[in-house]
Design a protein around this ligand. Structure first.
Ligand code: FAD
Length: 354
């Protein structure tokens, strides 16, 4: 029996779920969303991401990132038009940030991902930048989201997925939005922060984690991330150069509960100052005067207290919903692992019905 599936949401979570589901020709898939690739909106996190792979989960919860890396690596090697390139990443740690960062594996010594990401090594003291105590280096990727999101959409279309704009006030409405004209028997909820207000879901565990960035024309390799800054708890320092001339992202902030969509010029100034401090070569040693700004941006990471929600639920009318939302700051680097779980859940639902 064919599965009539409506995916709600066209960010990286909805698109990757639709792509993996569309590999099964028995699935008739429609993606409906308020925002689509090409849009820039505060309610749409995906275009604002760097996006790179800097693992954050602890070993126990590492499935999503572990299962995603091989596919990102394959795409980088074999599918240049997807807009992903390899980049070395350097992570610098300060002892004084250890307590604040105890849950973030990225800054642990000997993390689980040292066996996954190629060329992992601890930096020598001479390689650690001033003001930091230790660090490591490994090969990662940087995804140009401007290229990658339309590429994902195109791969879905090639597999027969139909895309439609729609703004839902409750998840049940998705049932009547399939292009087939038949009612959907499975809905995939990939609405991220939208799940806070979406009727039938209204998940109050969802909180925005505001991220402000500056995108510059300057190029800089390796990518950089530091364990903390002296500019306040919500401020971070990271640099990543996007593939295919996509510019370099300077970050940033991680500000929980802040919905402000307008970039703050003072924060932007601090982001640029920190970037040229950790990587003077970024601006040819000329300080922030040497930066050529493309744009300032703000995105809201879809943070969920208690972690990502990937599970199925049966609505009162018998429709099955598979949720895939709440990826905070790791939606790309966990995208294939999470979408793979969505496929498993859809297959289980289908088996239960047969
Ligand atoms: P979204 O992209 O927000 O998509 C949600 C979709 O649901 C949209 O299409 C929206 O229109 C739709 N929707 C919502 N409500 C409704 C409704 N009621 N009706 C119809 N449609 C609806 N991740 C990484 O892996 N690596 C990084 O380096 C990285 N860097 C980041 C830097 C910044 C500054 C930010 C902000 C995020 C970063 N992230 C990174 C996190 C990543 O961007 C998110 O985890 C990811 O984009 C979430 O994708 P999503 O598809 O779940 O949500």
């Amino acid at each position: 029996m064919a599965n009539v599936i409506v995916v709600v949401g066209a960010g990286v979570s909805g698109l990757t779920s639709a792509l993996l589901l569309s590999r099964n020709k028995a699935n008739k898939i429609t993606v409906v969303a308020k925002h689509m690739p090409g849009d820039y909106d505060i309610e749409y996190a995906s275009p604002w991401a760097g996006a790179n792979m800097l693992p954050m989960a602890d070993d126990e919860n590492s499935r999503w990132e572990r299962r995603t890396w091989p596919e990102l690596k394959r795409l980088t090697e074999e599918v240049p038009e997807a807009g992903i390139h390899f980049q070395k990443a350097r992570v610098y740690r300060r002892v004084k940030d250890e307590e604040a960062n105890y849950s973030d594996t990225l800054f642990h010594a000997n993390p689980w991902y040292m066996s996954m990401l190629p060329d992992y090594r601890e930096l020598s003291q001479e390689e650690v930048i001033p003001g930091h105590d230790s660090g490591c280096e490994f090969t990662s990727v940087c995804i140009n989201t401007v290229i990658y999101l339309p590429w994902l959409l195109g791969q879905c279309v090639k597999n027969g997925v139909i895309f439609k704009r729609a703004v839902l006030s409750k998840i049940q409405e998705a049932k009547l939005l399939s292009h087939t004209g038949q009612p959907a028997n499975i809905i995939i909820n990939a609405t991220a922060l939208g799940s806070l207000k979406l009727g039938g879901v209204k998940d109050t565990a969802m909180i925005p984690a505001r991220g402000q960035v500056v995108v510059v024309r300057n190029e800089c390799s390796p990518m950089v991330a530091t364990s903390g800054t002296d500019d306040g708890e919500t401020e971070m320092a990271y640099i990543m150069q996007r593939a295919l001339g996509g510019g370099t992202i300077l970050g940033g902030t991680y500000d929980m509960g802040n919905w402000e969509s307008v970039p703050d010029p003072n924060i932007a100034n601090r982001i640029m100052q920190r970037a040229v401090r950790v990587a003077p070569e970024l601006a040819g040693g000329r300080g922030i005067e040497g930066l050529s700004v493309i744009r300032h941006g703000v995105g809201l990471r879809p943070y969920r207290q208690g972690g990502v929600r990937i599970e199925d639920e049966v609505l009162e009318d018998g429709t099955s919903v598979v949720h895939n939302y709440g990826h905070a700051g790791w939606g790309y680097q966990g995208s294939y692992g999470c979408a793979e779980r969505v496929v498993e859940l859809v297959d289980e639902i289908q088996r239960g019905k047969n």
